[in-house]
Write a protein that binds this ligand. Structure first.
Ligand code: E4P
Length: 223
């Protein structure tokens, strides 16, 4: 399973690529706001960072767009900036219409804001490159479907669709492991979530025990 970083902060992205060997980046307008960068400026910066690698970068179209024509135009403009770019399109009726046209034109689409197996089925049928299933938002609102990701994975497998299942809005190591157990292809999580996942109190406790033993051994002059 691949691990993507959900962020538009360049320092976080460089850290995650270098130290965690992250496979891809996803962004959204909220991340751009947090990084204080327009999508154009972010595209320019990230393009340089991932050039010559196979690190995939998902960029979202303007959420205000009201027609499939507008989405197609903006998606094409962004997609042609780099072969690494995958364009996030929301799972609305016009979003699906745009997806069908973009997929035929060879533009890779990350169908985002997917909350039901039906939306995932439609995204897969129409040729989405990634299907972004949001788990955290539902759970935070008391509407968690523990089977959602496995249902989406099953639908994609049943019909041999080429789409990759990407689990998004990840909040914990448990979400990542659940996604892996369900057979998802990718998860995307924030820098903070990964950082927490790499910390384990038992590993630290074990290291402290071994440090003490090591020090005692040399103090008593072991040979
Ligand atoms: C996924 O691609 C989204 O950018 C992301 O997971 C949104 O959720 P969050 O910002 O609440 O984690």
């Amino acid at each position: 399973m691949k691990l993507f970083l959900d962020s538009a902060k360049l320092e976080e992205i460089k850290y995650a690529i270098e130290k965690w060997h992250i496979d891809g980046i996803t962004t959204n307008p909220r991340h751009l706001f947090a990084a204080n960068m327009t999508v154009e400026r972010f595209a320019e910066e990230i393009k340089r960072i991932v050039e010559g690698t196979d690190i995939s970068v998902s960029l979202e179209v303007n959420p205000h767009l009201k027609t499939a024509d507008e989405i197609v135009e903006e998606a094409r403009r962004l997609a042609y900036l780099s072969p690494n770019f995958v364009i996030k399109v929301p799972a609305t009726e016009i979003g699906f219409e745009a997806l069908a046209r973009l997929a035929k034109q060879g533009v890779k689409v990350n169908m985002t804001l997917i909350f039901t197996p039906f939306q995932a089925l439609q995204a897969a049928r129409l040729g989405a490159h990634y299907i972004s299933v949001f788990v955290g938002w539902k759970e935070e609102r008391g509407d968690f479907d523990a089977e959602l990701v496995s249902k989406v994975v099953k639908i994609v497998k049943n019909y041999n669709f080429s789409s990759k299942v990407l689990v998004a809005a990840i909040r914990s190591a448990k979400h990542i492991v659940d996604a892996a157990l369900a057979g998802a292809d990718i998860v995307t999580a924030s820098w903070e979530v990964y950082k927490r996942c790499f910390e384990n109190p038992y590993t630290q406790m074990g290291l402290d025990i071994f440090c003490d033993a090591w020090d005692e051994l040399y103090k008593k002059g072991g040979s």
